[in-house]
Design a protein around this ligand. Sequence first.
Ligand SMILES: [Cu+2]
Length: 140
Amino acid sequence: MQRDTAQRGMAAAAALGLLAGACSGNSSDPNQPSAGPSVEVKNFAFDPDSLQTPVNTTVTWTWNSGGTRHTVTFGDGERSDTMGSGSYTRTFTAPGSYRYHCAIHPVQMQGVITIPGAATSGPTGDTAGTGQTPGGGYGP
Ligand SMILES: [Cu+2]
């Protein structure tokens, strides 16, 4: 019975893979977080301290601090453990500007992750010269 379960699991995975492949051409699948950029935690700083990445991207912070303990603490309450090594990840599922800091060194260590708003995929419709804006869905 285990074999049967495994086979069905593989079939499902294959189907998902096909779907993902079909979608990967021009836009990201909103249900499938993608591995994104990484930030180094070192020298009492975040490097880079400012980062822009698409929605549904997973950002990885990697400690390279020689054992000095830091945190990645966001204003909205999401935070890493206090760590001297290792890594922390957060997936950003909504547009916005996510400021964070180290709770131990809040003055020296600050950073921001920017997730651009909607209307980054799909037709923009602004080249036809009709003078009309379809949808009117401009973000803030
Ligand atoms: Cu710190």
